[in-house]
Design a protein around this ligand. Sequence first.
Ligand SMILES: Cc1ncc(COP(=O)(O)O)c(C=O)c1O
Length: 394
Amino acid sequence: MAYFTQNAHRAGRHFLQIPGPTNVPDRVLRAMDNPTMDHRGPDFGVMGRQILGNLRQIFQTTQPVVIYPASGTGAWEAALVNTLSPGDTVLMCRTGWFASLWQEMAERLAIVPEFIDTDWRRGADVEKIGEALRADTGHRIKAVCVVHNETSTGSTSRIDEVRAAIDAAGHPALLMVDTISSLGSIDYKHDAWGVDVTIAGSQKGLMLPPGLSFNALSEKAIAASKTAKLLRSYWDWAPMLAANEGGYFPFTPATNLLYGLDTAIQMLLEEGLPNVFARHDRHAEATRRAVRGWGLEIQCLDPRHYSSALTAVRLPEGHSADGLRATILERFNMSLGNGLGPLKDRVFRIGHLGDFSDLQLMGTLSGVEMGLRAAGVPHQSGGAQQALDYLSTT
Ligand SMILES: Cc1ncc(COP(=O)(O)O)c(C=O)c1O
């Protein structure tokens, strides 16, 4: 295929170390490589019920999770249009690029976002959320919307603390959380944290190709959907929930991606969610040790908000992160994430999520260290060694 690595064969595997889409395990690829079945036939119902049941464990919920054949953006829209009415106010935390895109979407849908800004170097400001809710004695704010893991900065917001702030203010707002780059990588508890709508996507911690997205619901969210006035058709939860009862969908589902999802869920449950999260924490710590060893700066400034899914690394002033990424792609056949919005060319992002092992991480960090040297970026050598020391003793 002519579009792979500029036409020429390159020996060895490409390292896809962007923070999603992530590497798809062979077992998932094999599962998708099965004949597409009749999505209204009896076999499909059995598979659909199995997937819809098991999927709840990944969200740590006993409540319904709906699946859309769409990227994560579709599930953002579904969350908003099912629960809100034109002119409703929502409280959003601008933690980075993705939070900003969600806010722009809300505006286009005639929702009125009230923002809490950050410097893009930490997670959501829980104090300010509490303050805004306490000040809203008339309960104008209908929902609090937070991105759990801000993929543009590598900062993870404390959803347990956001929940506590909402409860402490005695505010009835819905809580909506984007877990597109955290689900299946960073511990996330839809039920225990009282989240009303969790938004997720297939192409990151779930180890699938892009193309599926999710809304995990609460009773309160379903009740809100009965009176919400925003127009919706394709995204409407009601026909979806009705069809899902039998394991079916109100339209043609992405059957082969669902085969993959079934397998990916099994893989996560076989490893055990606590082990999956610990693996990601460990790889993130090893990566941060490497970055510090190179004498470079981590974009996230608050250690309580460090992301276990990715690390965004700042380049010294006057040096191009995109130039470094281009060198690494050209010389070592590895893709790293780019800086987004105001971080363009200032940071590069190392994805360490999904189907990922110690040796893959060391290949990645070695590639970055060789790239720093090849691209002439001022740094100290030996960062990868710091990661090796950590991985070999923990
Ligand atoms: C945190 C977050 N939210 C939303 C999105 C948008 O999802 P998609 O590109 O799948 O539509 C992304 C994509 O990377 C993301 O990382």
